[in-house]
Design a protein around this ligand. Structure first.
Ligand code: XBP
Ligand code: MG
Length: 232
């Protein structure tokens, strides 16, 4: 089957966003009067759960703390999103080296681009606007984010949602992911996946990936992706 589309994850794949997410969570906790601090080690473990609100609940459970009601968690997460978006607007989160070139080459080659992420939609929009420019939002034919589906990764839902809107078969697409949960989600939707791990996910189990790299630059480009897809 011909490769027609690239489906990009956002966090950890397009950009190393997780430290900015982590810092935004910590700022929100302080604003809500809590002295909770998520350091890198703890956050690495908390990334087992996707979605910011679920991650806050997972933390409370793991720490044996009293569970907050849904409204409080949602408000705290809204505050976190505000701080995260501000970091993106200040240009503190660049794309990973090689990503801009890959996107530009893929467009020139006529490949369809889409996004399949579990993050909050405004995060995707703001990252794209502040890295590739406002017009880049139109380069992605479909943007599937955490608000589009009930079940976040590792469930396949966001990939199935994106495939449905693209009207493409899974075999006509490749997913680009950085994490085991992302790989599981794409694989469960029958989309073959190329992993480019990031510092927070380098230790994950990527069994089942079409290929695993630790960076895009010099390794992941349209030619290498087409070759990998041809081997299927
Ligand atoms: C990303 C996530 C998100 C972000 C935080 O996973 O799990 O929760 O860490 O964003 P993936 P929100 O890269 O697999 O899509 O706080 O907006 O959820
Ligand atoms: Mg990711």
């Amino acid at each position: 089957m011909q490769l027609k589309a690239l489906l990009f994850d956002v966090d950890g794949t397009l950009a190393d966003t997780e430290d900015a997410h982590r810092i935004a969570f910590n700022t929100a906790f302080a604003e809500f009067g809590h002295d909770w601090h998520w350091d890198r080690d703890l956050y690495t473990r908390l990334l087992a759960v996707t979605g910011g609100q679920a991650r806050i609940r997972f933390f409370l459970e793991g720490a044996g703390m009293e569970m907050l009601d849904n409204e409080t968690v949602a408000d705290m997460h809204k505050c976190k999103t505000k701080h995260y978006v501000a970091a993106l607007q200040e240009g503190r989160v660049p794309l990973r080296p090689g990503v801009e070139e890959l996107i530009s080459d893929a467009r020139e080659e006529g490949l369809i681009l889409a996004i399949a992420t579990t993050t909050t939609p405004v995060n995707v929009q703001t990252l794209l606007e502040n890295t590739l420019g406002a017009e880049s939002l139109d380069w992605f034919k479909v943007i599937g984010a955490g608000d589009c589906v009930d079940n976040l990764k590792p469930a396949p839902d966001v990939y199935l949602w994106v495939l449905d809107r693209l009207q493409l078969a899974a075999g006509e697409c490749l997913a680009l992911e950085d994490s085991a949960n992302g790989l599981k989600a794409a694989t469960a939707a029958n989309v073959q996946t190329v992993v480019t791990s990031c510092p927070y996910t380098a230790h994950h189990d990527f069994a089942g990936a079409l290929a695993v790299f630790d960076k895009f630059d010099g390794k992941v480009n349209v030619d290498s992706l087409k070759k990998l897809h041809n081997t299927l």
